[in-house]
Write a protein that binds this ligand. Sequence first.
Ligand code: UN1
Length: 471
Amino acid sequence: MGENLIISTEPATGEELWRGKAGNVDETVDRARRAWPAWAAQPLAKRIELVRRFSNEVLNEQDAFAQLIARETGKPMWEARTEVEAVIAKVEISIRAYAERTGQRKLDSALQGSAAVRHKPHGIMAVLGPYNFPAHLPNGHVLPALIAGNAVILKPSEKTPATGEFLMKLFNRAGISAAIVQVLHGGPEEGKALVAHPGVDGVLFTGSAQAGIAINRKLATNPGKIVALEMGGNNPIVLWDTPKIHDATNLIVQSAFTTAGQRCTAARRLIVKASMFDEVMADLKSTTDRIIIGAPFDEPAPFMGPVIDSNAADQLTEAFLYLLSNGGKPITHMRRPRKGLPFVTPGIIDTTDMAERPDVELFGPLLQVIRVDDFDEAIAEANNTRFGLSASLIGGNPQEYNRFWANIRAGIVNWNRPTNGASSSAPFGGVGLSGNHRPAAFYAADYCAYPVTSTEMEQPRSSLGVGFRDA
Ligand code: UN1
């Protein structure tokens, strides 16, 4: 540990963007532990003032920050700018969430005196970030952790270390010390050591189900450690009766292919009423064929960039070929348009007749289509997954949406809206393999402070009851 070299490469060009050594976990945790008590002792108002200063620092660096995100992830500039805006918006949302989720509550108790629930920070929180939103998603954990009075160690994805480091620098510039917000670079080895470190009180994770399960397993003998897992999805879109086919296909494209499909909330399965199939496929294909794919700063601006690296591109094309050779019928083909770079074109494949569809998260622009005859079958098909993050119904009527909402197992359910782009001011998280409870967005505050029941009398006053001899 500490010897490993981390190198981040721009997906769109193959050029090296950043290199640095993996951090030392013990030293990082020790530094946080020494600094933490003074931070926790600050009044809440002071911590709020400092995170508001952070939002000014982000504002001052808006362009540079967006450019860095675009270069390091390959996402188009319009998307990178949206990500920076989400980082800024998260500040006020997190302040509100902390107040709302942890507000002091008086207990009506039969005891004399008073009783209340107050909240305390856990101590040192490890934030493990993903590469798809390397600023916005870890920030959604860093902010509530800091506001609650924790020290934070961010381990960014080893694919996006530069963005993670820049985010933390902006917190430092705002006046939060480099011991209270630290970045720890590293890969799985450092991640595992950080999670298991006895000096770390909680883990706030965003990433794949596989990595989340590994974390959960590592903490199995340590039930007191906080763990928030925001994992993946195999998210369905059900397309039902609508006169607005083209609007519907736009929503499908948006759900499946923004961020090159690298969203936990991206649509992976389109479940469509059989009678609409031909018309919808024709429009979906022609819309998808019009997608401009390119590097972040290309003109005209692309809708979609590359995926994160060649490994990811290989896995996706292999998955497409697997579906193809096991009964899938292509609507559009997934291709690699730029030699040696991880660009892939969106693949849409009809897998209705496949004997068995793999229930895994294929993290990229790959959409399976499944034809069904009636609405109950559509709901059953949508629920035919161990994941449960996001689901959308497009078309249908209010009664159908009510049935959909009531019967779909997912944390986020939408009507005539994409599966992605979930609100930061709502609870965010899934069921099943998608995560534990509501680990992100508004309810992330729940993981950052713990309620203490406090019963209070200003002076000790007591009399012993039955079972004593007279004094
Ligand atoms: C998405 O919908 O693609 O703040 C991600 C959050 C959520 C993330 C949503 N708004 O954690």
